[in-house]
Design a protein around this ligand. Structure first.
Ligand code: HEC
Length: 155
C-alpha cells in the first residue's frame, strides 16, 4: 500500500511539472510568398474549407483549442502539426517543385475521398470540420482546376 501511495504522489508531481514544459506554438507570419494562394486561386469558399478542416495541421498557423493548455495534450497536438506540415504545408506550398505540387494536390482529393482527412481524432473536438458532400465537391473541383493551372506551368 505504501509503495502505491509513493507511486501516486510521484505521478501527481510529474503531472504538475510537465504543465510548465510546453512545445513552441505553430504561429508563423501571416503573409508569406510561399503560401498556396501564390500558386493557385483559392476562392473564399475553398479557403473556408481549408481553414476549418485542414490548416490547423497543414499550415504555419494553428488555432489552438483551450485544452492545449493541459499537458501532455500540447505535445500530442504539436506532434500532429509537425507531422502534418511535413507531409503538406499550405503556407509553404508555393515553394514546392512543380511535380510535388501536382502530387500533393492529387493527394488532397484522395485523402478526403478515402475519409482519411481530416483525421478522426481532430473531428472529435472539431465537429464543424466534418466536410459535407457539397464541401467535398467544392474541394474536388478546386483540386481539378488547380491541377490544370499547375500542369500548365510545366509547358
Ligand atoms: C489534426 C491534424 C490534421 C488535420 C486537421 C488534417 N490533417 Fe492531413 N495529415 C495530418 C498528418 C499527421 C498527416 C501525415 C500522416 C498521415 O498520413 O496520416 C497528414 C497527411 C495528409 C496528406 C498526405 C500527404 C502525403 O504526403 O502523404 C494529405 C494530402 C492531407 N493530410 C490533407 C489534408 C486535408 C485536405 C485536410 C483537411 C480537409 C487535412 N489533411 C486535415 C494531420 C492532419
Amino acid at each position: 500500500m505504501k509503495i502505491m501511495k509513493k507511486i501516486l504522489i510521484a505521478l501527481a508531481l510529474i503531472l504538475v511539472v510537465i504543465q510548465f514544459i510546453r512545445p513552441a506554438k505553430n504561429v508563423g507570419t501571416v503573409e508569406d510568398s510561399k503560401d498556396i494562394t501564390h500558386t493557385v486561386t483559392v476562392a473564399p469558399n475553398v479557403q473556408n474549407i481549408l481553414q476549418k478542416a485542414c490548416n490547423d495541421c497543414h499550415s504555419n498557423h494553428t488555432e489552438y483549442p483551450w485544452y492545449y493548455n493541459i499537458q501532455p495534450v500540447a505535445w500530442w497536438l504539436a506532434n500532429h502539426v509537425k507531422d502534418g506540415k511535413r507531409h503538406l504545408n499550405f503556407s509553404e506550398f508555393n515553394g514546392y517543385k512543380t511535380k510535388r505540387k501536382l502530387h500533393k494536390l492529387k493527394e488532397i482529393k484522395e485523402e478526403v475521398e478515402d475519409g482519411e482527412m481530416p483525421m478522426d481524432s481532430y473531428l472529435w473536438m472539431h465537429s464543424n470540420a466534418k466536410l459535407t458532400e457539397a464541401e467535398k465537391a467544392t474541394l474536388y473541383k478546386w483540386v481539378e482546376e488547380s491541377l490544370v493551372v499547375v500542369a500548365d506551368t510545366l509547358k
